[in-house]
Write a protein that binds this ligand. Sequence first.
Ligand SMILES: [Zn+2]
Ligand SMILES: [Zn+2]
Length: 133
Amino acid sequence: MAKRLQNPLPHLAAVAALLLTALLSGCGKGEINQALDSDANGFVCQACKTKFYTERKLFADFCPNCKNGDVRQVVGFVCSHDGHVTLAPRGPGFLACEKCGKSTSALSIPREKDLQAWGAARKSAGEVSSQPN
Ligand SMILES: [Zn+2]
Ligand SMILES: [Zn+2]
């Protein structure tokens, strides 16, 4: 796993939070950049570190492995130096690139193939949600 930077720039964190809020809650509200849209939602369990993903319209309520409710949605942190994307739970600040160690500077929404490469397993509504639709 990538290390979280010790001193993320506050204004970058704020911009990232705004961007993510706009992206993740922006369904149906205007156009979303195709490059920032995705076909899947990636998650990691904070309790047992299980990686998994769901289809786009499904959001996990709990971990499919330990049933803990503390699951975090993952996003891609893009390195401007080598283009490498580090997948990690979204949070304040930017991560260090897992490849070169420099600070990442952009965010992306990982697609299904990115999540598979990351080691996540696809889960169905019945495995991660108490309200399958
Ligand atoms: Zn778990
Ligand atoms: Zn890098």
